[in-house]
Design a binder for this molecule. Structure first.
Ligand SMILES: O=C(O)c1cc(=O)[nH]c(=O)n1[C@@H]1O[C@H](COP(=O)(O)O)[C@@H](O)[C@H]1O
Length: 275
């Protein structure tokens, strides 16, 4: 199955638009895991096993593993998700972007080394930098469009003139070029932050049914109702609404996985109320 097919199957099977971001922060782990040399893997596996029936995808963030020299734990975690929860696709959040020869190596890293089903990519080096990702038609390529952070407006809102001579904001141009030109294999999606619901509605208007990865609910304060209303497609889908810290660290004791499950369930229910 392609990434897009497994995403749709997981969304339907689990009746969920929830993406759980796997951003391990050892300082926040429960005391019982602190002496464990494999704590990052053990923590993330417990979260995954407690929530896999509630999500449409998981999204491990690579810096949260690499900062601790835990790339091996990331490899094993993605393999574990595929073995134990084969219907749930994995997005590697790596935000890659470089000239073609280096991009080829990022492709091998994400899809062959880590076995991810999709990867986040920075589009600002242009089409040739993204092409090696696009060529892997079975994999998802999730391009940054309007990010969730306060500084998103610094560059992404600058006015640019497209080939048609019409001025638009840079993020609007990214949305349109991805939907119209880069998505020839049907494997593209866009990142739009939950913290900017107006921009989310604007992107949805420009890209038809293209899937949107929407981080920024939970710890960053994005409004779930506004995200669903402004970002959903006509069939009540088209969104991967991602939350990391608010789910991972919902509890701090030995029951952390159960607390994460309750938080994920709560997010799924809130989303489904507005779909
Ligand atoms: O690509 C991303 O996932 C991403 C894009 C964006 O615009 N904003 C954003 O927060 N993210 C990631 O989504 C996660 C958000 O984490 P929480 O704020 O804890 O839910 C982090 O791993 C970020 O790196």
């Amino acid at each position: 199955m392609t990434f897009m097919q497994s995403l749709q199957a997981a969304r339907r099977g689990n009746d969920s638009l929830v993406c759980i971001g796997l951003d391990p922060e050892p300082a926040k782990f429960p005391a019982a895991l602190r002496g464990d040399p494999d704590a990052i893997f053990a923590f993330c596996r417990a979260i995954v096993d407690a929530t896999a029936d509630l999500v449409c995808c998981f999204k491990p963030q690579i810096a949260h593993f690499a900062a601790h020299g835990a790339e091996d734990a990331l490899e094993r975690l993605i393999a574990h998700i595929h073995d134990a929860h084969p219907g749930v696709p994995v997005i590697l959040d790596a935000k890659r972007g470089d000239i073609g020869s280096t991009a080829q190596n990022y492709v091998v890293e994400a899809f062959d080394r880590y076995g991810a089903d999709a990867v986040t990519v920075n589009p600002y080096l242009g089409c040739d930098s993204v092409q090696p990702f696009l060529d892997r038609a079975d994999k998802g390529v999730i391009l940054l469009c309007r990010t969730s952070n306060p500084g998103a407006r610094d560059l992404q809102d600058l006015l640019v003139r497209g080939g048609d001579g019409i001025e638009r904001k840079l993020y609007q141009h990214v949305a349109e070029i991805v939907a119209r030109e880069w998505n020839a294999n049907g494997n593209c999606a866009l990142v739009v932050g939950a913290t900017y619901p107006e921009e989310l509605a604007d992107v949805r208007r420009r890209v038809g049914d293209l899937p949107l990865l929407v981080p920024g609910v939970g710890a960053q304060g994005g409004d779930v109702a506004a995200v669903v209303k402004n970002g959903r497609t006509a069939d009540g889908g088209g969104l991967m609404i991602s939350s990391s810290r608010a789910i991972l660290y919902a509890g701090s004791g030995e029951d952390f996985a159960a607390a994460a499950r309750a938080a994920a369930q709560d997010l799924r229910e809130t989303i489904n109320r507005y779909r």
